[in-house]
Design a protein around this ligand. Structure first.
Ligand code: C2O
Ligand code: CU
Length: 465
């Protein structure tokens, strides 16, 4: 077949080029937030929508006046949003027009192995592959991103990611803010050099201090005095965000990674580790016209005057608003009892150690090894521990959604009680989750979603049999 059978070994930390320099000057909140358009299907029939995406190297001006080369799904640095519907199939045909192998994973999707963006089956330059997504899952904020063996961290960093939203009749009936008042916000960081281009240094967190929203540094959005729904995706490889509004007013969180929450929860701050999503509602009628409300971030690394700022909302004129946030958003199945218990450890050598070792259960990723065998139909309870003394990790599993039971540090947060596919784990912490493997058989990865960690070996795979 066309699969790669050899393994290049894990990626290693690299040095930032000495001449990369620092990003061009830019006044924060001066650039308008780009609103991501909806992707337009090339075919739409009764039960199926077909989208065509060309993955290309494209020119973008991340910093105005400094054109640079990046990657884009749908030929765009600011890619459109694929909108899917529960119970209706989506095909996304990805043409690889770059000169590197690619593999596209639908993060949070419940799909057959062949369409999961397998690391072992990249789409080679010049090739194409039609990914079939069943959308047999609740309304949720998902995203497409590269998952090529060992090169995904760099490919995603350079632009290979885009939102994928699943809706359902049940969700539409809720009356949440929609249309122009439902806005995807894709958050990430980047290291931008003096030429305005992206600088990629494996395992570097210190220099990725430019915050981008929908591909734009520290943008500003004019909003009307009414409710908005924000579909927030942390597409950073390494950055944890702890988001809040500048005057401390709580937002309302209505959804977690892979489902709505049962009830809305007030969210003065929202923690999003790499890969996690939050579905948020903000009611701007709380502020008078002319107020600036900033989205701030409470965590480093990096200078807080840079990484502590995310974007600005400028509150404009009144607008009518017949949207609602019902007290009851959905009903999740009861957390099933588990028949198998496992303990999983994530470990990484401390900064500066050579060679850098990043492992799950003390093993570096090997694509030819099956680390865990799971019986089809069972529910398993996994206690996942971050053994690192100083480095945070997170845990992401393909195929099966997680229910978070608790953490070694306390109960699960109310906004973790939806269906999850990625959970943050702080140094020394353990998180206990249940997953039911009753959807598909086959080989699927689980890994740290700090993508540089995954590329350095913090990844494993399970086979459902
Ligand atoms: Cu979002 Cu295995 O990845
Ligand atoms: Cu990690």
């Amino acid at each position: 077949g066309r699969g790669l059978t050899h393994d290049h070994g894990p990626a290693m930390p690299t040095e930032r080029p000495a001449d990369a320099g620092t990003r061009p000057a830019l006044e924060k909140f001066s650039l308008p937030l780009p609103i991501l358009p909806d992707a337009v299907p090339v075919v739409s029939s009764r039960g199926l929508d077909v989208f065509e995406s060309r993955i290309r190297e494209v020119r973008a001006e991340i910093f105005p006046g400094h054109p640079t080369s990046v990657y884009g799904y749908f030929s765009s640095w600011v890619p459109p949003v694929v909108r899917a519907r529960r119970g209706r199939r989506t095909i996304v045909r990805q043409r690889n027009e770059t000169d590197v192998p690619v593999s596209v994973h639908l993060h949070g999707g419940v799909n057959r192995e062949v369409f999961d963006g397998r690391m072992s089956h990249p789409v080679l330059p010049g090739g194409s592959f039609a990914y079939v997504y069943d959308n047999d899952q609740p309304a949720s904020t998902l995203w497409l991103h590269d998952h090529t063996h060992h090169t995904d961290a760099e490919n995603v960093y350079r632009g290979m990611s885009s939102p994928y939203l699943v809706t359902s009749d049940e969700e539409e009936a809720l009356g949440l803010p929609s249309g122009e008042f439902e806005v995807p916000l894709v958050l990430r960081d980047a290291d931008v050099g003096s030429d305005g281009g992206l600088v990629f240094t494996m395992d570097d967190t210190e220099h990725r201090s430019t915050i981008l929203v929908n591909g734009t540094p520290w943008p500003r959005m004019e909003v009307r005095r009414r409710k908005y729904r924000f579909r927030v995706i942390n597409s950073s490889a390494m950055r944890f965000f702890v988001l809040g509004l500048s005057d401390g007013t709580p937002m309302t969180q209505i959804g977690a990674d892979a489902s709505l929450l049962e009830s809305p929860v007030p969210a003065p701050v929202v923690l999003l580790s790499p890969g996690e999503r939050a579905d948020l509602v903000v009611d701007f009628s709380q502020w008078p016209t002319g107020t600036d409300v900033d989205v701030v971030n409470y965590t480093g690394p990096g200078p807080m005057e840079d990484v502590g700022q995310v974007m600005r909302f400028s509150v404009g004129a009144d607008a009518s608003d017949d949207s609602v946030v019902p007290d009851r958003l959905t009903t999740l199945p009861a957390v099933p009892p588990a028949s198998v218990e496992r303990h999983v450890t994530m470990r990484m050598s401390e900064p500066g150690t050579t060679p850098m070792i990043a492992t799950i259960d003390d093993r570096s990723f090997d694509m030819s090894r099956v680390d865990t065998r799971v019986d089809f139909g069972t529910t398993e309870e996994w206690t996942v521990t971050n053994e690192s003394a100083t480095i945070p990790h997170n845990f992401h599993c393909h195929l099966a959604h997680m229910r978070v039971l608790d953490r070694s540090t306390g109960p699960a947060a109310p906004n973790e009680l939806g269906l999850k596919d990625t959970v943050a784990i702080f140094p020394g912490e353990s998180v206990r989750v249940r997953m039911t493997f009753d959807r598909h058989r086959g080989l699927y990865p689980y890994h740290c979603h700090m993508l540089d960690h995954g590329a350095m070996g913090m990844m494993a795979q399970l086979r459902v049999v």
